[in-house]
Design a protein around this ligand. Sequence first.
Ligand SMILES: *Cc1c(COP(=O)(O)O)cnc(C)c1O
Length: 955
Amino acid sequence: MTAHRRSADEAATTFVRRHIGPSPRDIQAMLETVGAKSLGALMAETLPSSIRQKAPLDLGTPLSETEALSHMREMASQNHVFTSLIGQGYSGTVLPTVIQRNILENPAWYTAYTPYQPEISQGRLEALFNFQTMICDLTGLDVANASLLDEATAAAEAMALAERAAQGKTKAFFVDHEVHPQTLAVLRTRAEPLGWQLIVGDPASDLDKAEVFGGLLQYPGTSGAVRDLRPAIAGLRARGALAVVSADLLALTLLASPGELGADIAIGSAQRFGVPMGYGGPHAAYMAVRDALKRSLPGRIVGLSIDSRGQPAYRLALQTREQHIRREKATSNICTAQVLLAVIASMYAVYHGPEGLTHIARTVHRRACVLAAGLRQLGFAPQSAAFFDTLTVDAGARAGEIAARALAERINLRLGEGTLGIALDEATSPKDVEAVWRAFGGKLAYAEVEAGAREALPAELKRATAFLTHPVFHAHRSETELLRYMRKLSDRDLALDRAMIPLGSCTMKLNATTEMIPLTWPEFGELHPFAPRDQAEGYHALFQRLERWLCEITGYDAVSLQPNSGAQGEYAGLLAIRGYHAARGEPHRKVCLIPSSAHGTNPASAHMAGMEVVVVACDSRGDVDVADLRAKAEKHSQDLAAIMITYPSTHGVFEEHISEICEIVHGHGGQVYLDGANLNAQVGLSRPGDYGADVSHLNLHKTFCIPHGGGGPGMGPIGVRAHLAPFLPGHPDSAAPTAVGPVSAAAFGSASILTISYIYILLMGGEGLTRATEMAILNANYIASRLDPHFPVLYRNAKGRVAHECIVDPRPLKTSSGVTVDDIAKRLIDYGFHAPTMSFPVPGTLMIEPTESESKAEIDRFCDAMIAIRQEIAEIESGRWKVEASPLRHAPHTVHDIADDLWQRAYSRAEGCFPAGTSRSDKYWSPVGRVDNVYGDRNLVCSCPPVADYAQAAE
Ligand SMILES: *Cc1c(COP(=O)(O)O)cnc(C)c1O
């Protein structure tokens, strides 16, 4: 073999070549189609030259996949897995391996998109429906959502819900002194800009005097104490305030539910239902409310509706995309949530069933009781006689020494001021309990102490109601049954492992297997977020390098890895801007300019940060109307806080005026928040920090390969220029005093999935990342060229180029044929595709983003399908069918159609089910026909109905 051949072979096997879809030969053909001489020439026509990055990205030499995994082994070896009995909202848990491999490690689940297209999402919608049922059953409340970001932000959302519901003049909220410290810290962050006062105290003594719109109580408390919350709840409700209870799901299997105690809202974490701690996340938080509050519930709710044949079908209900519709009036900015983790927690309940969960809870409680008995023998009586799994003891001056002895046993305890907290969990063994006793200076044998241990749950708080009675929580007890259930559900769904998901604004690119591997190693999965830093050196080395790389990529000076989603990043970034203005003596700067084309989370976040939204118009090209911007910046000059602008724009174009826009806003003393969701069009080509932006969030679950998980997890770190660095979110866990409080429960958000983005950058290197951006832009322009003759491309720059996505406009076809954007989206399912983004940012249009990872063959298949659909529309225009009778309106077609003996449609069953060119053997069958949205909202069902209803329906 010649040297030349070898290097060519090497190049062909590098990861970059695998991450990028089109081959070098395809690239030539595509360049010809778009009419560009070279990739370089295409970039020059796409991005304004004024913003082009001068120097190539300096990210070191890329590693091969094998090298990257050994590098990760090395990083993992610097993390030390101790037994963490710290508690404080995070518990050790045992993820059943069948769920680990077949959900957490299975691309059929983790590469799915948010279920906005219900027909191709029935599997994950059912799993989420199970999650909601589980939450409703355990909390004793009526309606639950399909997850929130973490327990602390769920508490903040509950506080906001209570404020809206109370509608009174009082602007104070009561917080139990027994809530977790990180929850209190996040509540403080959320309350401050809105001018709400927090009253922290003992509900038994301090609630009487407090005039509040609501109160948060923790059950069991952070110290482990189990208190009867009924008087406090009744006290809150008596003055028209809402009672929120933050409850531990495992404890609720043995304890009376918050609903029974009278609470209006329950929140908490589902982490201990099988989800590894991951040094902070990701995990699913939950929220459940009384029926009367269901229309104010933030986040997404899965509801049961019917399809076109009247069969039951799941869908997202009610205010699913409400921040897009209600914008700054939205109840919350939550968009990406924690779907994959909610699915895991629900499967954990399916796996164990109510008896299994109760057994786990009893075992944990028993161990805690034995631990308490031993500690009493050693002279350390727990502070509270009633507890579930967590004890706090006063150890006075000896606390530090005991904690140190525990560390020598590789056990982390929670060290307070002279107190020690010990939280047991599913994974705690009798040996662990004996080790804790040794740390307290006693040599006791578990079996001997056990004989004298007594139960510690108050009789009046014992659970008397059944839960998880639905058959789904009983029918899958054998591994074979569970395996098949999970397989059945994933087979109903269309994820990236089957077909291109051409969603604009969401960057559904390859989530490479190698990137996903270390995530489930114990050294990354089993670390408690508040474990001592020296046990997490591997993590911190990773954070530091990732922060440096993201600075290099964006041109910013500092990065915070804390926000758990893009929207939380927006919120954190706006708080930084707010902190900056306040520190300069200009706290009145509260006006936030937002172009009318903005993503709905932008105005919702601005509102949460206490800002006033002023909308800036867009011109007919889709660009920000610079004259309008100038006028509004002028008008609000004294009070201007910021502009929030997405770049390249949500219209998929690099606006020429971006530097000018930044200058105008700066000229009036405002800051530039550049929404970085579209960074996939910029990496390696231009850097927001260079051309005038002050702060951006980066959706790591878009540009940096964290899979969407069916609607989360995500990570939305923010980058800032140096002057905003002092205002990045702090955390009570870190010693340094900060100007801005935390926005997440854990200091590094969903730390464990940062490994994915880290490995991606490691594998690609600067050149590879730049190549990926160029290819994302080529792929989008190729689609624009192919589709434009059939569906006109709505916006381009002056040179006729789109960025990494494009909007096609079928609205004229509605006039000529009656075909709606919905019809096209649903018909694409018959061709085996997920629909593009519908009606955002322009109603009635489709936004398509191929990403660099889609091959020319797959992009052509998609374009061919779109063109074939255009032909079908032409058949309506030419009068072959009426729109009501067309295959478009009846899409998607299902096996019920192909097997319909009474078929009387104007087109054949084959035309309906196997439209032009689709494979008969590799057909994706939508499990349900078109889902009826209106029916679903009129007849809202959000948790499994009682079994009797099923029996009736079957009759
Ligand atoms: C996705 C997106 C967001 C919100 O990000 P989440 O991670 O879903 O919270 C904000 N802005 C734009 C332009 C987006 O595309």
